[in-house]
Ligand binder design. Structure first.
Ligand code: H2U
Length: 372
């Protein structure tokens, strides 16, 4: 079922006009255009006139049934046995362990050196950890208290300090929901640390550095200033943080969390920033869940200045969180990155400003708590 209510209100109920032969004044909510992502040096196509098209595409199965608080057969629960036979402690806050099926390991043979420019290999070492965010199986960030979320942030910082002392990049990410390929409903995130800088941060590093060299200011600080003045894409804000839909967002309800006071790495957050980060994370997660009255799936994660023993000057960096949710029209209709996106460039229908307004309008009280 398409949630028409959510969209009609924000499209003023106007039937979409097709571009005629006469020259019309540009309206970003009507007319297709390209937008540039300065963090990645990439363009995306925005086609808002397609918002009223009929949908006969894939409908995902409806929401999962209610989960219990504890399930001894779930390997991420306290006191449960994992696949390698280890028994989890009776943890009552967060719990971190080395992934039993890691994509990156510390001790592995390196590929042979070869100068062939078309068949290049390079050494890759690292480690992968899993962090349970809460002991209860049926919790999500949106349903946790701010104090509980702050405990997660504190653990993230410990992990950044520990792994960041040895590895060039530490990627914290949460894959939430079956739709995102998450294999376990327990609230958890993953931490992959690597001896190499992965593609996404490599590009962001280069783009922020070039901007800083040219303008003498961090790209995302200048960007945030513009967003705070324009107010068109803000979703929610507090004393320390701003959550917005980036001007160049690709996913329908993609958001970014930016610090009001410049900080380059998660591990450099002070007490006030941690406190208010917990609060804004809860608000955006709640708004997401309220949008389609479902436990909103997403991939989220942190990007900050690279780490490791060779870490250099990082004034060009601004720490930021990115939320990439797949849902488009309802709890069961998602956006696919296929066809044109895979072969040419990303494309979206809903404008970033419309998405921001829709999210801004959602309540900060979780729909499940309202009915209690
Ligand atoms: P995802 O569902 O986001 O993939 O996270 C679950 C992770 O937990 C997954 O990477 C790990 C999987 O390898 N895991 C263990 O390390 N041990 C287990 O016993 C179950 C799952």
């Amino acid at each position: 079922m398409i949630n028409h209510e959510v969209f009609d209100k924000h499209l003023n109920g106007q039937p979409r006009k097709l571009l005629g032969p006469t020259i019309m004044e540009f309206d970003s909510t009507e007319h297709q255009h390209l937008r540039f992502n300065p963090l990645k040096g990439e363009w995306i196509v925005v086609s808002p006139h397609r918002m009223k098209r009929p949908w006969a595409g894939q409908v995902e199965p409806a929401d999962e049934p209610d989960l219990p608080e504890w399930d001894p057969s779930n390997p991420l629960c306290p006191r449960a046995t994992r696949s390698n036979g280890e028994v989890n402690p009776d943890y009552c806050s967060t719990y971190v362990f080395t992934n039993d099926f890691p994509a990156l390991m510390e001790e592995v043979p390196h590929p042979p050196e070869d100068n062939d420019p078309l068949l290049r290999m390079a050494p890759a070492t690292g480690t992968c950890r899993v962090m349970c965010l809460h002991p209860m199986l049926n919790k999500t960030i949106s349903l946790m208290s701010s104090d509980e979320i702050e405990a997660v942030i504190d653990r993230w910082i410990e992990q950044m300090l520990d792994l960041g002392s040895r590895f060039k990049w530490v990627q914290i990410f949460e894959n939430k929901g079956q739709m995102m390929g998450c294999s376990n409903p327990h609230p958890h995130c993953q931490i992959w640390a690597s001896s190499f800088l992965p593609n996404e941060p490599q590009v962001k590093d280069a783009k922020q550095r070039a901007y800083f060299e040219q303008h003498g200011r961090p790209l995302l600080c200048d960007y945030l200033e513009k967003e705070l003045t324009r107010q068109e894409r803000l979703v929610c804000t507090n004393d320390e943080w701003v959550c917005l839909v980036p001007f160049w967002a690709v996913w329908p309800f993609e958001t970014m969390i930016l610090p009001r006071r410049k900080v380059t790495q998660l591990q450099n957050l002070d007490g006030s920033q941690r406190h208010f980060l917990a609060k804004i994370m809860k608000v955006i997660a709640t708004k997401y869940d309220n949008l389609f009255k479902t436990s909103f799936p997403y991939s989220m994660g942190w990007h900050g200045a690279p780490t490791g023993p060779e870490q250099g000057a990082d004034d060009h960096w601004t720490l930021h969180a990115i939320y990439l949710p797949p849902l488009l029209r309802s709890a069961t209709i998602r956006k696919f990155m296929v066809g044109y996106e895979l072969l040419a460039m990303p494309q979206r229908d809903l404008t970033q400003e419309q998405a921001a307004r829709i999210l801004r309008d959602q309540s900060e009280i979780h729909y499940k708590l309202k009915t209690l």
